[in-house]
Design a protein around this ligand. Structure first.
Ligand SMILES: Cc1cc2nc3c(=O)[nH]c(=O)nc-3n(C[C@H](O)[C@H](O)[C@H](O)COP(=O)(O)OP(=O)(O)OC[C@H]3O[C@@H](n4cnc5c(N)ncnc54)[C@H](O)[C@@H]3O)c2cc1C
Length: 470
């Protein structure tokens, strides 16, 4: 270990890499920090664009306030006063099946019904499906050694119908994943623990005040900067660039990494540059390619973290173009419905300032792990899918004011069965190298707060300090 590293490089200028740079400078103000970003913009997938009155998020449109890593970063940057909470009305979402919309039953804590009445009242489930969903506390806990998929866990605890119509679309909206491969231990360990500790999830959530207050999604925890998620990125990268000893290099792809005794040497766009400490904050696949000659075992473990692709069709409308007013945050579509849309988010119903008062900003999510190939359709085909689904669910008149497609190829890591063990192996190999850490959404969480935390932990780690949770 180089005990007194002074120069550090971070590869990747997404939220994970920028957070790593921020915490490195906080922890060691005299450090020389260089961030290399291959594209011409900082922020990675976090990009906001304006089209006339419309403030459009190209990927994430909010972060949750708990765990509080993103909120804390906003406080440190002095932009916390500019964070919006969701609009006070319309705090609900729908499940779309055929041309029917069913409100997501109140009182769901992710997959767990914490209140009986809304389940008994919903038209979404049959009488038998309701009975099975609500009798989870009568199902004996299973003795499962090791990991289990979301589908297996949810069907076992709550029955096929609740899984297919409620749990699968709710979880797909977050992870865009294949539920038969998604690891419970990596994504919802608290439910696995609840089954073990309380015998059932209904009993476990009954003992938690937070779960009792649940309304299907943690809307009260949603936060978004007034000027969109891009404001977090511009504030972070502008503040960083003003700090002495920080260099932010755009259009600087790193193609390979080599290691000598005390130094990390990067090939940056054909030029060789050396540093004492290294944080790789790209997706696992890019990290794997860069690190192949440093550690082939690490590189091959990184390659095994698969990704999914998706497309977002952003649509601007006049409110009166909807045949019936829509008073929710969005609609999620179960895979059993057989459609091509994962979800429709009514962005302007969630946060203020996203468009004019008489307008609507809508984002339609297409693809994900179950239909990744759809991302390769051309714009016209994606518009057609998006507008047809919108018309089926809420009725549409005339042509949109604008429509745009954003494609995200291989951007969403998939935490498949065995992910936790794989990441443990990756981390033990990383530890064997001096002044080196990984950050990003491939390891311990895909949400923005988890990415900020990963950057913070990587900074602590290259400085030889413990992680933020230790
Ligand atoms: C469509 C979509 C919607 C989402 N919605 C939400 C949401 O609402 N809320 C939420 O909390 N999270 C959401 N997420 C998840 C979250 O936005 C991401 O997990 C997070 O932004 C990833 O940040 P990152 O820095 O780890 O990776 P990235 O943003 O992918 O950044 C990695 C960076 O590394 C650069 N790079 C790659 N290779 C190299 C190289 N060789 N040399 C130099 N640079 C390189 C890339 O250009 C990129 O800029 C969403 C994600 C997607 C895709």
């Amino acid at each position: 270990m180089n005990h007194d590293p002074k120069t550090f490089t971070i590869i990747g200028g997404g939220i994970s890499g920028l957070s790593a740079a921020w915490y490195l400078k906080k922890l060691r103000p005299n450090a020389q920090v260089t961030v290399f970003e291959s594209s011409d913009k900082m922020g990675g997938v976090l990009q906001t664009v304006r089209v006339g009155d419309f403030l459009i998020e190209q990927a994430a449109d909010m972060f949750v306030a708990r765990p509080n890593f993103a909120l804390e970063l906003c406080r440190e940057l002095g932009i916390d006063a500019e964070l919006l909470t969701t609009k006070p009305v319309e705090e609900r979402a729908f499940i779309g099946i055929g041309d029917q919309l069913y409100p997501v039953p109140q009182g769901l804590s992710m997959m767990v019904p914490t209140r009986e009445q809304p389940i008994l009242e919903t038209n979404l489930l049959t009488a038998a499906g309701k009975q099975r969903f609500l009798s989870e506390d009568q199902i004996a806990p299973a003795e499962i050694d090791g990991d289990e998929s979301l589908k297996s866990f949810a069907v076992r605890r709550f029955g096929v119908e609740a899984y297919e119509k409620i749990i699968q679309p709710m979880v797909s909206g977050i992870y865009t994943a294949d539920p038969e491969k998604l690891s419970m231990r990596a994504t919802m360990k608290r439910f696995v623990d609840m089954e073990k500790t309380h015998g059932s999830l209904i009993a476990g959530t009954a003992s938690s005040a937070e779960d009792q207050a649940a309304r299907g999604a943690r809307y009260d925890l949603f936060r978004a900067p007034q000027e969109g998620i891009g404001q977090l990125i511009s504030s972070l990268s502008d503040t960083l660039s003003q700090l002495q000893g920080v260099t932010i290099a755009l259009n600087s792809p790193v193609s390979s990494i080599a290691k000598s005794d005390q130094q990390w040497t990067l090939d940056v766009d054909g030029n060789s540059q050396s540093f004492d400490g290294l944080i790789v904050a790209t997706g696992a696949d890019a990290a794997s390619q860069m690190l192949v000659s440093v550690d082939s075992q690490l590189s091959s473990l990184l390659t095994g973290i698969e990704t999914a692709s998706s497309a977002i069709v952003a649509i601007g409308l006049k409110k009166n173009q909807l045949k019936k007013p829509f008073d929710g945050f969005g609609i999620i579509y179960p895979h059993i419905d057989g459609g091509q849309v994962i979800a429709i988010s009514f962005s302007s119903n969630k946060f203020s300032g996203r468009c004019g008062d008489d307008e609507l900003l809508i984002r339609v999510f297409i693809g994900g792990a179950l239909q990744s190939e759809l991302v390769d359709l051309d714009d016209e085909a994606l518009f057609e899918i998006a507008l047809a689904q919108l018309d089926k669910s809420v009725g549409l008149k005339g042509q949109p004011i604008f429509k745009r497609v954003f494609r995200w190829r291989n951007c969403m890591p998939q935490y498949h069965l065995g992910h936790v063990e794989r990441v443990e192996q990756i981390e033990s190999l990383v530890k064997a190298h001096t002044n080196f850490a990984l950050a990003g959404n491939s390891y311990h969480g895909v949400g923005i707060p988890a990415c900020v935390e990963s950057g913070k932990n990587a900074a602590l780690s290259v400085l030889g300090k413990g992680s933020s949770s230790t």
